[in-house]
Design a protein. Structure first.
Length: 579
């Protein structure tokens, strides 16, 4: 049987498309599991394909599949429905299977209202989907009623079989990195928390299951050998088992994996020892669900953490040169100006360098959603509307849109007002072995103010000045090419050529073959009219088309027509051949 797995497009477009373009790791697990069982499997990431019926048809008509499985989240459910409709028009006999967190909780809704969906896989998909495929392949339709974890129609009525048993030993699953290239991966399934706004407890359960350290690092190594050096580890609580995380970090170092990675955790599972090892192994960011500075709001959300734990986690994480990122929710039950002020006060205490502010959203499968349905006496049919989500404040008469706008403005304004001082107050641990990593931390942070997300935020004031100080701090810890170049360019743009030349000269001592540092230095001398000196930094990079154009300019200014013609001819040759 030919099987296609699809990650559909979202209903709403994103300003930052990269936030949704990475496929969930689960789709790779399902695909690799089927491959090892001998099935012909293909994956399509429809986030990057056309959305019109004509464009969908053009992709599907080239392929003839027996089964199409869809990885469905709340945001992309309509994309899945639209693609499924076109697939059924092309091949009426194709079997459409929805799986993922949203179908697990809305299985009856999907099977009641969308005839193009034949089956729903509820919960983990590897074994359940395989068993469904085996039944369909053998046309043993009567056995489907015995398959745990499957929802389907029985005499046109949606029914659901008992839940499937979770995979107890995650290492028994084939390693998806053997077959597929990806940056997004997970060590565990499950979360020790039970937050009212999160579907993870009901979907995975609160028992945390984990791969072994070796299995997980094998995944990293497979991808590293393919040239992947950045990873997003998306566990709800990556640091749940301190000893395992430390073993993972040891193996990353022992195997020589020169990688950088982001992780997610809870503030009550952070220790100095685990942060130390994570930093040594390449971790540069940990995201924490702070949610609110108000203990009352956190209690309503069942976020069982204290202000002291939050403060300690952020202080420890930042002190080791890992960027602690705070998620703050506003518009929660009981939200007032006073609770928003408590969030502002906590932010000013923990001094995060990055904060993601979100309005509280109601998702199926959460305790908040169950309360919402009871309170308003509504059904899952609310999702027949073409919407991605429902904001909690829309369901609470005590909160208005104007309140939400006010709270958002309060949070954003105060954070950006104080962010420069947060940066100034960073205090990294004084461990010489970490100095190169401290330099890396400061130089990356400088980039965010120089060219990255903060460079366009006018409320921050002189972003270049902030970046300049950060580049300088990086260099004080350890020579790093990124910092020499960044600082040299800022000084150059300020027309302080003497200081720029001094900075870049030091950089060239450490990184003599760095093309961009040499180019920046040559531009300094070109600005001073010293073209012979500029050429001394350029001539060793004559295989670079960018550098050749500067060499030609120098020869032109020196009135050296012969060499200018030679270089121009070389540029034309590179342009024609594309080499």
């Amino acid at each position: 049987m030919k099987i296609l797995l699809i990650y559909p497009y979202c209903l709403e477009s994103r300003v930052h498309a990269e936030n949704v373009e990475s496929m969930p790791i689960g789709i790779y697990y399902v695909a690799s599991f089927l491959k090892e069982k001998g099935y012909d499997v293909e994956i399509l990431n429809w986030q990057k394909l056309g959305r019109s019926p004509e464009e969908i048809r053009a992709v599907l008509v080239e392929r003839q599949y027996d089964i199409i499985g869809f990885s469905i989240l709340q945001a992309n459910r309509w994309g899945g429905i639209e693609i499924a409709r076109v697939a059924k028009q092309i091949t009426p006999d194709v079997k459409i299977v929805f799986g993922g967190i949203t179908p697990t909780f809305l299985w009856k809704h999907f099977l009641t209202h969308f005839s193009e969906i034949d089956y729903v896989v509820c919960g983990e998909g590897e074994y359940t989907f395989l068993r469904l495929i085996e039944c369909l392949e053998k046309e043993a339709f009567e056995k489907i009623s015995t398959l745990r974890g499957i929802a389907y129609r029985k005499r046109n009525t949606p029914v659901k079989n008992p839940d499937a048993e979770p995979v107890r030993d995650l290492d028994e699953l084939p390693n998806p990195a053997k077959y597929y290239t990806f940056e997004h991966l997970a060590l565990t399934r499950g979360c020790p928390g039970n937050c009212t706004f999160c579907g993870s407890p009901k979907y995975w359960g609160q028992r945390v299951r984990s791969h072994s350290a070796s299995y997980f690092v094998d995944q990293l190594e497979f991808q590293y050998k393919r040239g992947i050096t950045f990873f997003l580890i998306s566990d709800d609580t990556f640091t749940f088992k301190k000893e395992k995380v430390i073993e993972i970090c040891r193996q990353i170092l022992e195997r020589g994996l020169n990688i950088i990675w982001f992780a997610i955790s809870r503030v009550n599972f952070i220790t100095e020892e685990v942060v130390y090892w994570m930093r040594k192994a390449g971790c540069i960011q940990i995201s924490f669900g702070v949610e609110s500075g108000s203990p009352k709001i956190r209690n309503i959300l069942n976020k069982k953490t204290s202000n002291e734990q939050i403060t300690q986690a952020f202080r420890t994480t930042l002190s080791y040169g890992i960027l602690p990122r705070a998620y703050i929710i506003f518009g929660s039950p009981g939200e007032t100006r006073e609770t928003i002020q408590e969030s502002i006060d906590l932010i000013n205490e923990i001094k995060p360098i990055v904060v993601i502010f979100h309005v509280l959203v109601v998702f199926p499968g959460t305790a908040l959603y169950s309360d919402f349905k009871k309170k308003l006496n509504i059904s899952d049919d609310i999702w027949l509307k073409p919407i991605e989500d429902i904001m909690y404040f829309e369901t609470d008469g005590r909160l208005s849109l104007e309140d939400i706008k006010t709270y958002k403005n309060m949070l954003h304004a105060d954070f950006f007002k104080n962010l420069p001082s947060f940066v100034d107050e960073i205090d990294l641990v004084d461990k010489p072995e970490l100095y190169p990593m401290h330099a890396d931390f400061y130089s990356r942070l400088a980039l965010s103010f120089d060219y990255g997300e903060y460079s366009q935020v006018e409320a921050l004031g002189n972003r270049k000045k902030i970046a300049e100080k950060l580049y300088q701090k990086a260099i004080e810890y350890h020579p790093i090419s990124r910092a020499f170049l960044g600082l040299g360019m800022i000084l150059q743009k300020n027309r302080d050529f003497a200081k720029s030349i001094e900075t870049l000269s030091e950089g060239i001592k450490h990184f003599p073959d760095d093309e961009q540092i040499n180019l920046c230095q040559s531009i300094n001398y070109m600005n001073l009219g010293q073209y012979e000196k500029a050429l001394s930094f350029l001539l060793k990079f004559q295989e670079s088309k960018q550098i050749l154009s500067y060499i030609a300019t120098c020869y032109r200014e020196l009135n050296d027509r012969e060499n200018e013609a030679i270089i121009s001819k070389k540029i034309n040759s590179i342009t024609k051949t594309g080499v």
